[in-house]
Design a protein. Structure first.
Length: 117
């Protein structure tokens, strides 16, 4: 599994967006089920993908293979990875939100219903 960084390009915000946030898109070589392929993905997504693999205790190649197996036929792998990462963090935020709604001293299963009238 290599992470070749060839031909970086810069993605800039579209019309109507403020700021000058820039993100470098790098083409990276990866091995999925003994098959070498490349993906073009921003550094922030690459770092997130590595973090998710680390927390799951699997290799980056194994995680990418999971995303690859779950994508629709013809769907772009780089896009599928971005959607996977977004979904992963949305689920984590949802879980954190549900935990914060349940007071630590409340009996299990009561949630914050005692606050409703």
């Amino acid at each position: 599994m290599n992470s070749d960084s060839t031909k970086p390009s810069v993605a800039k915000p579209g019309a109507g967006q403020s700021g000058t946030i820039q993100s470098t898109v790098l083409k990276r070589s990866v091995v999925i089920n003994r098959h070498k392929t490349s993906i073009s993905i921003e550094d922030v997504f690459w770092a997130s993908l590595k973090e998710i693999a680390r927390t799951r205790g699997i290799t980056l190649s194994e995680l990418i293979a999971t995303v690859d197996a779950g994508r629709l036929t013809g769907a772009n792998l780089s896009s599928a990875i971005r959607v996977f990462i977004l979904d992963h963090y949305r689920k984590r935020l949802d879980e954190l939100g549900r935990r914060s709604e349940t007071p630590a001293h409340a009996p299990k299963g009561t949630g914050s219903s005692h606050l409703r009238r």
